[in-house]
Design a protein around this ligand. Structure first.
Ligand code: IVH
Length: 671
């Protein structure tokens, strides 16, 4: 075969294979069997091997292979990716409809499209001249993480649009998700391999898409459904009607979410009820129904409020509830020694996951709900929230069921308990002498937002503790590769990886270390403020209550807790040892220069041009500080719409109040 013939054949094979992918993954109507498909693919692969110059980036052989940057590089979306406001009942929807009519000036009834609200991961597919140029997660809405290499492995996503004259730029918005059956199969596979399972399909999809190895992503049967568009050049290529936009996407070879139309709120409510009935039969999870104004010309008229457009709304399903039985009530010891009552349940599938534990929060809660062992209870789970017991079915209580007695000694170490002042909580006073607290402290120390030691999961931590290889976080840095390789079910390669991950974590930003120490009251944000304020660990360790209270966001209680933490001899020893084995990098000092240097801000209400998160980042980048509450130290209150109590307090205290435009001007250094 001549090179010219090979070129023609390669082109033909690429076209045919893309067609078969579309038939199989999008239309679900394959025309050929797997063996024939594989033969075509093999032929293409052979030709590309012989003539590497003919290998095109949109070739079906090139779905896996692109390298992923680490960490995923940032991508700015062509147009922001918005979120949705929620309503939970017909009255809420009617109110949304009324405002839409008022703002648009349209006579009733308004026409809406109806789509399922898919419970997956939002993705932006950016096509240029018809070819998939990049793909990114939603991120903060303005920019997300580049996950192109992984998205390319999703076979339902065309690498090239099926359109004779595609737009110069087209952004397709949609959800990447796993079907419920695929999620269960994946978890079975992970469990067999001794790896950690995912709690629900959504997390599994997110975890699969954020893999550093596209080979792993390609082994997960991810699906995609488009539900809208972002940037489009020229914009005139988009039809006026939302359902026609969806039809255009389908014609371009994209899988699209099923769309219907309704007129007015009564019709909307009927369709909502209909979707609710269909829900259980769908192969994937949905958590509500999305309504969008059908006439896209009205979208800019209605505009955006905060992060969500006024022309669309999500009508969420109520949190699912199921009944099950309480087998046992146990008390778990957390990182700071506080005991949390947990109900052990007969496993029940609710809200997309199998639930076998539900938190009872504290002793008051047990009493208030009067939960007893043997009781039949309603269990609820909404979104990513921890499952909880809603109520007891008194008629099903077995005779003789006794109220739950609080333990008199720590269930983990047998040590003494104290009552936490002013709270319905018990605490084990044994601190790091208690194995449960040691375990939780370690888990926290290695977690992603703390020292981020990848691969050191619960199972390994338990093993390290059991074998007494590790008692506190500093011990991690004395482990050898051999120590790790000798643990059961740890392959040499994993041991080496883990060792490398521990070594990497020696380079520790002060803020992460402070957070990782698990000082009561010190979350991520306070840790960062403390790191910036004191600059190094030594100065912080020496700070007294008064010095600590001068820090924005640190009140008397937290200041006291910090002092107590560093006064504890055991903590002192651990911190000392960590100090000598870590290379602690100072916190990025709050920019000493910049137009807002030394100024303290509080944000309240909804801003129009930016999210609160963005406003905070910009203020900080300009040298200012953002705190959550108005105090004597506050210089400015930035008030958006619907500001609430902070504005009143600021007014009372005579603090300067800025609107968004004034903030923008200050950020730009004009004030
Ligand atoms: S439209 C401007 N349609 O829900 C409108 N979103 O809570 C933005 N989602 O980030 C999105 N199914 O990831 C739309 N049929 C659907 C959806 C949907 C799921 C997600 C989307 C968005 C989130 C907002």
């Amino acid at each position: 075969m001549s090179e010219a013939e090979a070129r023609r054949r390669v082109e033909q094979l690429c076209r045919e294979l893309a067609e078969h992918d579309w038939r199989y993954y999008v239309l679900d109507q394959p025309r050929i069997d797997d063996a024939t498909y594989d033969a075509l693919l093999a032929e293409l692969r052979a030709l590309e091997q012989r003539y590497p110059a003919l290998r095109r980036s949109d070739s079906p052989t090139q779905r896996v292979g692109g390298a992923v940057g680490e960490p995923f590089a940032a991508r700015r979306h062509g147009l922001p990716m918005r979120s949705l406001d929620n309503v939970t009942d017909a009255a809420g929807f009617a109110e949304f409809d009324r405002r839409a009519r008022e703002r648009s000036g349209q006579p009733p009834p308004l026409a809406y499209t109806v789509e399922p609200k898919l419970d997956g991961l939002a993705i932006n597919l950016h096509y240029e001249q018809g070819a998939l140029a990049w793909a990114a997660t939603r991120g903060d809405g303005e920019q997300g993480e580049d996950v192109t290499a992984n998205v390319r492995t999703v076979r339902a996503i065309p690498l090239r649009l099926r359109h004779p004259e595609p737009p110069a730029v087209l952004e397709v918005r949609g959800e990447v998700f796993l079907e419920i059956a695929a999620f269960r199969a994946l978890n079975r596979r992970l469990a067999t391999a001794g790896e950690r399972e995912f709690v629900n399909p959504r997390n599994a999809a997110a975890g699969s898409l954020r893999q550093l190895d596209p080979g792993v992503t390609s082994s997960r049967p991810l699906r995609f459904l488009a539900h809208g568009v972002g940037q489009c050049e020229p914009e005139t290529m988009l039809p006026h009607w939302q359902d026609e936009v969806m039809a255009l996407l389908a014609a371009c070879g994209l899988p699209t979410a099923p769309v219907r139309q309704v007129l007015g709120p009564d019709d909307a409510a009927a369709h909502f009820a209909d979707m609710q009935r269909q829900r259980a039969r769908l192969p994937y999870e949905i958590d509500g129904v999305v309504f969008k104004l059908r006439d896209r010309r009205l979208h800019p008229v209605l505009g955006v409020a905060g992060r969500a457009p006024r022309w669309a709304v999500a009508w969420k399903f109520p949190a699912e509830q199921r009944t099950t039985q309480v087998e046992q009530v146990e008390f778990q010891v957390g990182r700071t020694g506080v005991l949390t009552p947990v109900a052990r349940l007969v496993p029940v599938f609710v809200g997309g996951v199998t639930v076998s534990n539900a938190t009872l929060h504290n002793l008051d809660e047990i009493e208030r709900k009067d939960v007893r062992v043997g009781d039949t209870v309603w269990v609820r789970r909404a979104g990513d929230v921890i499952p909880e017991i809603v109520s007891v079915l008194p008629e099903a209580r077995p005779p003789g069921a006794q109220p739950v007695e609080p333990p008199s000694r720590c269930p983990a170490c047998g040590g003494a308990l104290e009552r936490v002042a002013g709270e319905a909580a018990l605490r084990c006073v044994n601190h790091l002498g208690c194995p449960a607290q040691r375990r939780e402290a370690l888990r926290h120390f290695v977690s992603r937002r703390a020292l981020d030691i990848e691969g050191l999961g619960e199972r390994l931590i338990d093993l390290l503790l059991e074998r007494d290889l590790v008692r506190d976080p500093a011990d991690l840095y004395a482990l050898t590769v051999t120590d790790l390789a000798e643990l059961p079910r740890v392959a040499d390669k994993s041991a080496a990886n883990l060792y490398a991950a521990i070594a990497r974590s020696r380079q520790a930003p002060l803020s992460r270390l402070l957070y990782g120490l698990g000082i009561p009251g010190v979350g991520e944000r306070t840790a960062l403020t403390l790191a910036q304020w004191f600059g190094d660990l030594e100065t912080l360790r020496r700070a007294d209550v008064e010095a600590l209270q001068a820090v924005p966001d640190v009140g008397p209680v937290v200041a006291q807790q910090i002092v107590e933490f560093f006064a504890d001899p055991h903590n002192q020893a651990v911190v000392e040892r960590l100090g000598s084995c870590l290379h602690i990098t100072p916190a990025p000092a709050p920019a000493a220069q910049g137009p807002l240097a030394g100024k303290s801000f509080v944000l309240t209400g909804t801003l129009a041009e930016m999210t609160r998160q963005q406003a905070k980042a910009r203020i900080e980048a300009a040298g200012g500080q953002v705190t959550s509450d108005v105090s004597r130290r506050t210089d400015y209150l930035v008030a958006g719409t619907a500001p609430g109590g902070k504005r009143r307090r600021a007014e009372e205290m005579g603090i300067a109040i800025l609107d968004e435009a004034q903030l923008q001007a200050m950020l730009a250094g004009q004030d």
